[in-house]
Ligand binder design. Sequence first.
Ligand code: ASP
Length: 369
Amino acid sequence: MNDTQTRRDFLRTGSIAGIGAIGVAGGLSTASAQRSASGVVGSPDAAVSIASGNGLQAVDRAVKRIRDGSDPVLGIVEGVGIVEADPNDMTVGYGGLPNERGVVQLDSSVMHGPTHKAGSVACIENIMHPAAVALKVLQTTDHVMIVGKGAYEFARAHGFPHEELLTERAREAWLRWKYKQSDRDDWLDPDQRDWDPAGEKVGLSVGDAGMEEPIPFTYGTIHCAAVNTSGDVSACTTTSGLSYKIPGRVGDSPIVGAGMYVDNEIGSAGATGRGEAVIQSCGSFAIVQAMGTGMSPTEACLHVLGQIVKNSKRQKRLMRDAKRPNFNVIVYALRKDGEHGSAAMFPGARYAVADGQGARHEPCASLFD
Ligand code: ASP
């Protein structure tokens, strides 16, 4: 029996017995084989969680919660909550970079494999934990997605506090961006001023006195997924989205099938990076489908990045040259048996993993050198 057939068999049976059999007989993957060989399959230690590179604490927390008996969906939402509350991560939750009007608008989605239910919020303001709100949508409503004011009111009704999410650091970064936008508006950039930012008169030609370079448009997000010893998979993605976006812009993170997706018979996938590109190729759904045909998680990630590049070639402004895009997307995949992978457009990225061997970073594969 070859590796691909074995994986297909696994995907059909999807049982714990199947996991053990493949790990031993199929020589499927290092991770799966290790889990079987060390006898951990079926023990709580066999839980696996993966996340984007900023999710080391999240995967650690998720696996601990699963070992304590929590459903994976609760573990990952609690895990990403650590990053949502961290003001130093300017891509997620509190401290996230705002939209072009200086308002922090957050997006998140959560999916629970065993019930195939999803919950999502988009453009939610003044709520620090959008992933927990998305989970409430999943748990307490017959809806999937609630946006804007409705999402805020839904969160407040469930006891989430109203909070100012714009930190001083993010506000200053936004202001620097705003000043630099154009020399044909009334916001004077440093080269046009007679005064330094502290209000002291410095004369003409002040250069960039007191002004750091503006942070350009940035992407950044946390995706986190986990599987327990029953092979039950859940996934979650949460973000402040593209910095300085047009108010109301929705990225891929809250869109089921784009920023994350779970099929409990196969596994999960998630994405960070240029959300528009991920949405237009249904990125996470496509990765899970590719794993369903027998590709390994890493193969499936690379395959879908290739599709994203192929689709992006139709818009020349998105290409650095004939082959390579001028943006990055990083994708993550976790298979039901605990094997995982991640790939980025370009080398150097890493993702977070926690399992029986602890929490660590692993390198992402890359589509281009
Ligand atoms: N994908 C997110 C978005 O487009 C941002 C990111 O992951 O960097 O909103």
